[in-house]
Design a protein around this ligand. Sequence first.
Ligand SMILES: NC(=O)c1ccc[n+]([C@@H]2O[C@H](COP(=O)([O-])OP(=O)(O)OC[C@H]3O[C@@H](n4cnc5c(N)ncnc54)[C@H](OP(=O)(O)O)[C@@H]3O)[C@@H](O)[C@H]2O)c1
Length: 323
Amino acid sequence: MKQIVFGSTGLKISRVTFGTWQLSPRFWGDVPKEDVVSALRLAHEQGINCIDTADAYGDGYAETVVGTFLRTVPRDDVVLITKVFNHFNPDTSRYPDLSPAHIRQRCEIELSRLGTDHIDVYLLHFHDPLTAPEAVTGMLDTLRKEGKIRHYGVSNFTVEQLRAYRTFGDYAVHQPPYSLLNRGIESDLLPYCQSERVGVMVYSPLHMGLLTGKYRGTESFMDFRQHHKDFKGERFRMVSEAVQGLKSMADRYHLSIYQLVLAATLAHPGIHTAVVGIKTPDQIREAAGAGDIVLERSDVCAIRQVLTIDGGNRVADAGGGRK
Ligand SMILES: NC(=O)c1ccc[n+]([C@@H]2O[C@H](COP(=O)([O-])OP(=O)(O)OC[C@H]3O[C@@H](n4cnc5c(N)ncnc54)[C@H](OP(=O)(O)O)[C@@H]3O)[C@@H](O)[C@H]2O)c1
């Protein structure tokens, strides 16, 4: 897979990033870790060099599994991204805490779990309103000087929060949610990141599986999706039907619907890489097949139009729609 320069970090990354939230049993149930480690190996063979994890995923379990894999490959083959945010209580409850001492403590625990001496990109998982940005940034700069992290950034920040933090330090990466069903950041956050050369890695690009093409809209779920509004009722049925409508275009490109949607997601020039959630080797093989695909502009516009579904009603795509 081709690599691109990850904004101002200068890191070279694959257009597809391996996401490990699936190792969070409270969201996804029990996903066999052997399957995920095999998928990580396959990703490495296929040239996917970027791995996304967090101490929040399974309360450290995902980082431990990633660490198992990292010990088997040359460290420089991987761009390792992890996150900090939660204070974990012994009873498994959590609360936000980006106070400097807590960031340092979590970073050291995370390095030890990951079995490495550095994190390539360290992200603030969410915004913490109770810690001053200069205090957070001061600790991130200290960790960078010590060589424990190479770059830092944010996730789930609004454009105004990111703009404010960038006045204090070199926040070089953002990880926002984005899929072709959920394109709100195109109006503000993505243009800002493009103008500032912030590296953008979007998460949930298949909308937690909804855009993979495997649903008819009648299925029920055992995991957290049973409570998610997009996975039940009329909206689930309408979106699934719209996604199925992409089959003939996918066939024309000799792609699966999953691959077509992922390639169309990566067509936005402000997006450097898409973080896909992976449980098995077959899933990462399919994702890898989409990373370098370039679709015709007219087809990307048609896909965006098909997936412009709002509140159960189709509306025109602002980028090329009917007036
Ligand atoms: N920063 C944050 O706050 C944040 C939040 C969420 C996620 N993330 C990151 O982003 C990653 C991706 O997000 P996401 O998990 O919502 O991702 P997604 O890629 O939109 O959806 C992943 C789900 O799609 C299904 N799937 C994956 N590959 C498939 C394939 N080839 N064919 C059919 N189905 C397939 C799997 O579920 P089933 O097999 O069960 O259908 C998988 O759990 C996470 O792993 C995590 O690293 C970050």
